[in-house]
Design a protein around this ligand. Structure first.
Ligand SMILES: Cc1cc2nc3c(=O)[nH]c(=O)nc-3n(C[C@H](O)[C@H](O)[C@H](O)COP(=O)(O)OP(=O)(O)OC[C@H]3O[C@@H](n4cnc5c(N)ncnc54)[C@H](O)[C@@H]3O)c2cc1C
Length: 262
């Protein structure tokens, strides 16, 4: 396998991590099973000792229309998909203009904004072992049971890009901080909001070192500049502990923590 060095203190949306050699997945092989696949690291808190890492090569960065489907390589960035859909007047992907990530990561996480989720118009995915239709994949709120690298996703093709939706998605972001983060830190527990719970236990605005539960939106763990993995973990555990003590709700991380030694 070929490798490329990635400096996670600039690459990851959290701006945390060191420089690490990351394997490039170009062709499927048994060796790939030894690596943890990353996309553009918009949902990952990177420790200094993560498992061996792998990312898809440029080969998987493409968009094409074929047999009435929109087929997107898993290494394609969301912004590129949104621009393509705008240019070609394609509907249903407007929300990707305000949702960072690559297509593989977006599908694996079933990422979305409110009721607009990437699975809504998914037809099937292609992985190293072949294709899997949407109804063969368990999925829900920020969850799928996909267990191998996604190489391509195929979506229903519909025309009519809606520029007004782009404005709506932009507005949805207006109560969220622009300081580096990985988006929502915890999943919303059923019937409640993680941000409300974090505020209720007195952690909105709580800062340790340069990491903070944002004063703008408490469920955003933000890095003011030199935040560390350890400070982030301290705050995550503190929120889980306090919320459990207050109302016996187990806050589940939406962000993925990659560190062998915790
Ligand atoms: C400012 C900000 C706001 C955000 N807002 C939202 C939001 O509103 N809604 C939302 O849902 N998310 C949000 N996120 C989180 C993030 O945008 C999504 O989780 C996105 O799907 C991450 O994509 P990625 O390529 O960065 O994946 P990564 O963070 O690199 O990886 C995430 C997970 O996907 C897996 N993965 C990556 N590529 C593949 C692949 N090809 N095949 C199989 N598995 C793969 C990884 O193993 C990992 O488990 C936000 C993030 C930020 C920084």
């Amino acid at each position: 396998m070929n490798f490329k060095k990635i400096n996670f203190s600039s690459f990851s949306s959290f701006k945390i991590g060191k420089s690490i050699d990351v394997a490039l997945l170009d062709e499927c092989s048994l060796e790939a099973k030894n690596y943890y696949l990353i996309g553009s690291c918009n949902n990952i808190l990177m420790g200094d000792n993560p498992p061996p890492l792998m990312t898809l090569s440029k080969k998987y960065d493409y968009i094409k229309v074929e047999n009435g489907l929109l087929k997107i390589g898993a290494a394609t960035p969301s912004g590129k998909v949104a621009s393509y859909c705008k240019k070609h007047n394609i509907a249903n992907f407007e929300f990707l203009s305000h949702l960072p990530g690559k297509l593989g990561g977006l599908v694996y996480m079933n990422a979305g904004l409110k009721e607009y989720e990437i699975f809504n118009h998914l037809s099937y995915i292609t992985t190293c072992s072949g294709t899997k239709a949407k109804d063969e994949i368990e999925h829900g709120y920020r969850f799928t049971n996909i267990s191998e690298p996604i190489l391509e996703s195929a979506f229903e093709l519909a025309y009519g890009f809606d520029i007004q939706k782009v404005e709506i998605f932009k507005k949805m972001r207006s109560n969220q901080p622009s300081t580096p983060s990985a988006g929502s830190c915890f999943k919303n527990p059923e019937g409640d909001y993680a941000g409300r719970l974090i505020e209720a236990v007195g952690l909105k605005g709580k800062r340790v070192g340069d990491m903070e539960f944002s004063t703008v939106h408490a469920n955003f763990l933000v890095n003011h500049n030199n935040g560390t993995f350890e400070d982030a973990i301290y705050l995550i555990k503190e929120a889980q502990k306090r919320v459990y003590e207050m109302c016996e709700i187990k806050l589940e991380c939406e962000i993925i923590v990659l560190e062998k030694n915790i």
